[in-house]
Write a protein that binds this ligand. Structure first.
Ligand code: AVJ
Length: 326
């Protein structure tokens, strides 16, 4: 998982239990209270996220897949023969598969994720379908610098792939830091292909995070279920409510869990006080315009090269090339 976000997990994540405990306690002691969205993706959370991607209101996954399918031949033109493809925070390789089918022979496909077991599993499933392709998973935190496997380093160029609008889980300054770091990892001549959710009518955004079937609410509340199970928490699920809304000033969906009453909750032996209506901020999902992401990328040393969107302009796939010096 990205230090902050990630893409859909296919499996429980295997992060250090003590990091989970420390992050949860720090977040619940803070004012306002918050929890990192990366912890949504335990086994149940990953399955709930899969269900979210199939909801009628949740457009991003469908839009991105549609753009990828429709424009794969054009996107593939940005990836020279013999390049190495590096996927950041890959989770499931569902989207990479569409690209891989359209690409000329590659030096390697390098899925990078903090959850090692999952990408190893994905690699096992990918290899028989792409015979002759070197699939070289790397277990790493994509917000940090990490070494690429030798065949990827030896390739004439490297192309990054960061789908799923995972970039939207970062604060804008963190997104810029990620882009700069990706430039360092990929090196001279690199291209970066990023899937980004776009600013759109507020009703569409609000509906996508407040689905009628209540799956997003379950996904959000599952964080408390996980804390109860893994950290001996005493959260009563029926005393917290899912709140999700678009913050127009900051161009982001915010997700919160609101305490319906004044109460005390125990977590890892510590008592946490809640006022009636007090919330835990569990996620930001930033929305960009083509221009605003372009400006952010330029600031991080990348030159906008191409953009693809769906007809409604709900979602975008944006390509950048590394500026000569940055
Ligand atoms: C996987 C971070 C892109 O922000 O839309 C879906 C996660 N949260 N519904 C998003 C999510 C609530 C999703 N990302």
């Amino acid at each position: 998982m990205v230090a902050l976000a990630r893409s859909p997990r296919g499996q429980p994540n295997f992060e250090d239990a003590s990091a989970f405990r420390a992050d949860v306690l720090a977040g619940l002691r803070a004012a306002p209270k918050r929890l990192p969205p990366k912890y949504f993706y335990d086994g149940v959370g990953s399955l709930l996220f899969e269900r979210i991607t199939e909801l009628p209101e949740y457009y991003p996954t469908r839009c991105e897949m549609q753009i990828l399918r429709k424009h794969a031949p054009d996107i593939a033109k940005l990836v020279p023969q013999g390049a190495a493809l590096v996927e950041f925070g890959s989770g499931s390789s569902k989207k990479a598969r569409i690209l891989l089918r359209a690409l000329r022979p590659l030096a390697a496909y390098v899925p990078v994720d903090i959850c090692g077991e999952m990408i190893e599993q994905e690699a096992l499933e990918l290899r028989p379908d792409f015979r002759g392709l070197k699939v070289l998973p790397v277990t790493a935190d994509i917000t940090q610098n990490f070494p690429l496997p030798q065949p990827a380093r030896a390739a004439p160029v490297r192309v990054g792939f960061f789908p799923g609008s995972t970039i939207g889980n970062f604060e804008p300054h963190e997104a810029a830091a990620f882009l700069r770091n990706a430039g360092c990892i990929l090196g001279a001549g690199a291209t970066l292909i990023v899937g980004v959710d776009l600013i759109k009518p507020v009703e569409v955004l609000n509906a996508a995070y407040n689905d009628a079937a209540g799956i997003t609410a379950k996904f959000n509340l599952n964080l408390l279920v996980r804390i109860n199970r893994e950290l001996g928490g005493t959260f009563k699920l029926d005393t917290f409510e899912h709140h999700a809304f678009y913050n127009r000033e900051r161009h982001r969906i915010e997700m919160h869990l609101a305490s319906l009453k004044r109460q005390k909750v125990k977590v890892a032996g510590e008592t946490i006080d809640f006022r009636a209506g007090e919330t835990i901020h569990t996620e930001n999902s930033y929305k960009y315009s083509i221009e605003s992401l372009g400006a952010l990328a330029r600031g991080a040393g990348w030159q906008p090269a191409a953009v693809w969107t769906d007809e409604r302009q709900y979602f975008s796939i944006q390509a950048f090339t590394l500026a000569a010096q940055s």
